[in-house]
Design a protein around this ligand. Structure first.
Ligand SMILES: O=c1ccn([C@@H]2O[C@H](COP(=O)(O)OP(=O)(O)O[C@H]3O[C@H](CO)[C@@H](O)[C@H](O)[C@H]3O)[C@@H](O)[C@H]2O)c(=O)[nH]1
Length: 415
């Protein structure tokens, strides 16, 4: 039975959640699962390999009806977290190894007294359709990216690939027929290699997504109404739900470390809206020249700032903290981003426009200073800068090294 034909069953509800083990994908899916479980009293089970179990602890502690299902990949050398991927590898390729969890998942489901009645998976895991078919239950694909980006990806995967690196693309099946230079096309499409088994698997996964019974998109109508309608047209059914922003669900357990306590004490001394928060998401590591330019720009400005290194603190410029101690703070490691954004002292957010950060910044009501780097980020920036006027462009491109003397206004020469 194809998943699109499966209908929700009358058995006791039980949701099987399958995340992509990359924070920008895993966190919003857990936020969504937490809401489902706490608002609708739905029991759920989250599949996770052992190296990802620690990422579930706050979620499990705050979600009474949730359980983790620990699994192991048969090949222990296969990467099962984005930090295990060789440098430069697109995190979509994490998905390549995860279908090996299908058999263990089936065995678990078949021996469970209340087997899953629905499967919800990340949108890089199109193979979940085969699992849902085996279990004869519906499959809902969860999109951690916005509807504009999802529609763009659908358009691009359906078209002729690879794209011409010297050309541009016109997304003429989307509202307004937006055009993007090649450099701004999502990297998952640009990195695709025709005939390469791993990349064909990724492309096939996106094709399977279209056949899911339902689609839950981390967005909201006022932000992306026309693109949500476009997705309904693309998918051929109306089961496309705007379920966001999901990030304030309260299951991330952003416990305050001593460092965080000191940060918030300092923020409390700052005038309202006077601080710029800088963070480029969970994965992007600014190369040294870029980090140095940004550090110099922050030093040269009069702005108060908080710079969170996210995944990699090593890139932050040497000595910056000491030289800007009166008006700047550097966060080593993982920052409590949502709490920082919601602090009254924060007025602007220099962001790479990862979709979670974009939504979190919009929800907090701060001005977004957009510096898209890769992936769907140029599309997200187009949405918030040009379609909503909720952001200004600060810089563009992972290879941009703006002149620190004229911060926030430069673009890379490649656009
Ligand atoms: O120190 C940090 C750094 C990040 N975050 C959180 O981590 C998430 C980061 O997500 P996002 O802003 O989307 O950035 P990425 O981690 O880069 O996300 C990847 O996945 C997203 C969803 O598909 C895409 O939109 C991005 O382009 C892609 O890079 C957000 O919820 C942040 O609040 C923290 O809490 N503390």
């Amino acid at each position: 039975m194809a998943t699109t034909d499966a209908v929700p069953s009358r058995r006791r509800p039980h949701v099987l959640v399958i995340p992509l083990p990359s924070r920008g994908h895993l966190l919003p899916l857990l936020d969504f699962a937490h809401r489902l479980s706490t608002c609708h009293s739905v029991p759920l089970t989250v599949a996770a390999t052992s190296s990802n179990l620690p990422l579930l602890s706050a979620f499990l502690a705050s979600t009474p009806l949730a359980a983790a299902l620990p699994l192991e990949l048969p090949d222990s050398s296969a990467p099962d977290h984005s930090s295990h991927l060789p440098p430069g590898t697109h995190h979509a390729l994490l998905a390549v190894h995860l279908p090996r969890l299908r058999e263990p998942l089936l065995s678990w489901a078949r021996s469970h007294p209340d087997p899953p009645t629905i499967v919800i998976s990340d949108f890089f895991l199109g193979w979940a359709q085969h699992l849902a078919d085996d279990l004869r239950v519906p499959w809902i694909v969860f999109y951690a990216s916005g509807a504009f980006a999802v529609a763009a990806l659908d358009h691009l995967w359906k078209g002729a690939l690879p794209l011409d690196p010297n050309g541009s693309v016109v997304l003429d099946t989307l509202p307004g027929s937006p055009a993007f230079p090649y450099e701004h096309v999502p990297s998952v499409v640009k990195k695709y290699v025709a005939g390469d088994p791993d990349w064909e698997f990724v492309r096939e996964g996106f094709r399977l997504n279209v056949r899911a019974w339902g689609a839950a998109v981390n967005t909201f109508d006022e932000m992306e109404r026309e693109f949500l309608e476009c997705l309904k047209r693309f998918f051929g059914h109306g089961r496309v739900w705007a379920v966001g922003p999901v990030a304030d669900s309260g299951c991330r357990g952003e416990e305050r470390s001593l460092e965080a306590e000191q940060l918030f004490s300092w923020l409390d001394t700052c005038p309202p809206r006077s601080v710029v928060y800088v963070c480029f998401g969970s994965m992007y590591k600014p190369p040294p020249a870029q980090a140095a330019a940004l550090g110099a720009a922050l030093e040269a400005s009069d702005a108060r700032f908080v710079w969170a290194g996210g995944a990699d603190v090593a890139v932050l410029p040497e000595g910056l903290e000491g030289r800007t101690a009166k008006r700047g703070r550097v966060v080593r490691g993982w920052a409590p981003q949502m709490e920082i954004l919601r602090n009254a002292a924060v007025g602007a957010f220099l962001t790479h426009c990862g979709w979670n950060s974009t939504l979190e910044g919009v929800a907090a009501g701060v001005v977004l200073l957009a510096w898209p780097m890769m992936a769907d980020q140029f599309i997200d920036a187009r949405l918030v800068v040009d379609l909503h006027g909720a952001a200004v462009r600060a810089a563009e491109g992972a290879d941009a090294v703006p002149d620190p003397r004229t911060p926030w206004t430069l673009r890379s020469g490649r656009t």
